[in-house]
Design a protein around this ligand. Structure first.
Ligand code: C2E
Ligand code: CA
Ligand code: CA
Length: 583
């Protein structure tokens, strides 16, 4: 092979065109050519080492023919227009592959790059001998120029990542769509290769600078391309994240393949090509071509990397279960707004709180319930953590506050002496007008401050700083009691109990439920109660499920109890009936 041909082949390879899926931008041109010439066959044909490969074709079924005796190959060799009016009359082509398959007429114009490499031909073919006019010849040359413009445009514009030289996400999306047209209903798997964990990425950015990350991306790109073979297409998404498509295979086989790629990346460090320890992870998403959008493919494969990292694996497959969890999360997040507007999805239940000494009900904790139109009853333990760190936390607490205070006011007017406790999220305390809003709600309902109590978790109180503390102080000053919820689960609570502005400690149910059985827990709870009392707090135990725990709490001097033994959280009407029964 002479050096010109070698350079030509290299130029062709660099364009990443060979063996790519068909694409509409080229198909448009071949359809046009066949129509303009009134001929059944047209192709954008690229001359590879030993074959003519069709980037686009009309009127033929196969993708390639042997290079030998192919007229397109002589277009490439000569960089000239080649016209063969009748193949059977040509000593050169009479015995060619095309002539044998019934082709008589051929006209091809060179596809020449700016650098002067002829990649192949834009050609039209017919099954009858034919002549070509000067005008038709010019048209064919124009079409070739258009195909070439498309090739260069595609290569240069928005499809290639300048840093790594890899195809980018835009190209990935186009390729998945093109593949779906070409092979609908077949399965593929996407590998989402994340070389560096995103938080490590920003740490590296800070310590080593952006040029270091560029280099890391380049080294990783080379490593992966080498591992995958140079004919495989690798896409670079940025942030040291790559994507690669593979044929569908068993889950085990995919994982094995992914782990091998990961090993290759990790070897970079020991080869001293990368001066830091990288922790690559590969997320895998299998999908049906045509049934999943490219962006969903990326989303799923990326979710699989997150999941793999979370459980400490090097590779993971996106599962239906993961998808369902994800969809459910999304659904809850996007539906909470509507639920807050409509009045028939959210509601409150009330769980009684009883004084240990007298057995009299002192009040109740308002607990939120969501009857989702599709998912049914959803536990607050599931949806509250989702929205707690979003702006929705504010509207949610406002909803609870409004409804709980409304109910408390109804009971208050009926002459019942109850204190309703309301759960508040950590983020609420960071709202500068929080205390003010609570007091305004009480005023509107004409309810005394002593008729409600707010429950805040210990972790919400610690580390939130002055702003949170001053909200609580304002509430306490107005006569509202503050309870520290889930006490004992957060920090080494006892030590800074005295710093927290609160009146009540609610010992978490995990200490209480098995109190009757464990002597050590009894000692622990005993000292929590003793300490809290010394600091002036009243103590509530939650999660009381049996008589043994209740008796034990009585001995330890606990003030109030709450739990299934006494009552589950109840609808207001049921709560009233329960109260009547107690009396
Ligand atoms: P929490 O504040 O610790 O509420 C007590 C939870 O324990 C409730 O679960 C209650 O039903 C449950 N429970 C009560 N007695 C027993 C018992 O004897 N045994 C056992 N195993 N469990 C018992 P729920 O209603 O599912 O609420 C879960 C969490 O959701 C609450 O935990 C609270 O953190 C949060 N939450 C509920 N309503 C609201 C609300 O209106 N606002 C906010 N911010 N959070 C809420
Ligand atoms: Ca609570
Ligand atoms: Ca609690």
């Amino acid at each position: 092979m002479n050096h010109l041909e070698r350079a030509r082949l290299f130029a062709l390879e660099q364009l990443n065109l060979l063996d790519t899926p068909p694409s509409e931008s080229f198909d448009r041109l071949t359809r046009l050519a066949s129509q303009l010439f009134g001929l059944p066959i047209s192709a954008v044909s690229l001359t590879d080492a030993d074959r003519q490969w069709f980037k686009s074709r009309v009127g033929v079924d196969h993708w390639e023919i042997p290079r030998e005796k192919a007229p397109c190959a002589s277009v490439s060799a000569s960089s000239e227009v080649v016209i063969i009016p009748d193949m059977l009359a040509s000593s050169c082509y009479r015995e060619s592959h095309l002539a044998n398959s019934g082709i008589r007429f051929y006209a091809g114009a060179p596809l020449t790059t700016r650098e002067g490499h002829t990649l192949g031909a834009m050609c039209v073919l017919g099954t009858e001998p034919r002549e070509i006019t000067e005008q038709e010849r010019a048209t064919l040359v124009d079409l070739a120029a258009m195909a070439m413009a498309q090739i260069e445009l595609q290569h240069a514009f928005g499809r290639v990542d300048p840093l790594t030289g890899m195809a980018n996400r835009g190209q990935f999306e186009e390729d998945v769509q093109d593949l779906a047209l070409d092979a609908p209903d077949t399965r593929r798997a996407a590998f989402f290769i994340e070389v560096v964990e995103p938080s490590q990425l920003s740490a590296l950015h800070r310590t080593m600078g952006p040029a270091f990350l560029d280099e890391l991306a380049q080294v990783s790109a080379r490593c992966l391309q080498q591992a995958l073979g140079k004919e495989s297409r690798l896409y670079y998404l940025g942030g040291c994240q790559f994507v690669h498509l593979v044929a569908a295979a068993s889950e085990d086989a995919l994982i094995e393949h992914a782990l091998r790629l990961r090993e290759d990346l990790m070897a970079l460090e020991s080869a001293r090509e990368v001066p830091v320890l990288v922790q690559p992870v590969v997320g895998i998403a299998a999908f049906h071509l045509g049934a999943t959008t490219p962006s969903d493919v990326l989303r799923s494969a990326h979710a699989a990397t997150l999941d793999a990292r979370q459980i400490g694996r090097g590779a993971g497959v996106f599962s239906k279960e993961l998808e369902e969890r994800f969809q459910r999360r999304n659904m809850l997040l996007s539906d909470i707004d509507r639920a807050l507007e409509s009045d028939d999805e959210l509601y409150l239940v009330f769980q009684p709180r009883v004084a240990v000494a007298s057995g009299v009900c002192q009040g109740a904790e308002a607990l939120l319930r969501w009857r989702h139109p599709v998912l049914g009853e959803v536990s607050p333990a599931e949806f509250i953590p989702l929205i707690e760190n979003t702006p929705m936390a504010r509207s949610l607490t406002d909803w609870v506050m409004r409804h709980a205070i409304h109910q408390a006011a109804l009971w208050h007017r009926q002459g019942r002496d109850l204190r309703i406790s309301i759960n508040v999220s950590a983020t609420n305390l960071e709202e500068a007008d929080f205390a003010q809003r609570v007091l305004e709600a009480l005023r509107q309902a004409r309810l005394p401050a002593a008729a409600i109590e707010l429950e805040v978790t210990e972790s919400a109180l610690i580390g939130k700083g002055r702003a949170a503390a001053s909200q609580l102080e304002a509430l306490i000053a107005a006569g509202i009691l503050i309870a520290i919820d889930d006490f004992g689960t957060g920090y080494s609570s006892l030590s800074y109990l005295h710093e927290i502005p609160a009146n009540i400690v609610k010992i978490d149910r995990r200490f209480i439920t098995h109190l009757g059985e464990h002597a050590r827990t009894r000692t622990l709870v005993g000292s929590m109660i003793g300490m809290a009392h010394e600091l002036g707090y009243s103590v509530v135990a939650e999660g009381v499920e049996d008589e043994a725990a209740l008796a034990c709490l009585g001995q330890l001097g606990c003030n109030e109890v709450q739990g299934y033994l006494l009552a589950k959280p109840l609808l207001p009407g049921v709560f009233e009936a329960w109260l009547a029964q107690q009396a």
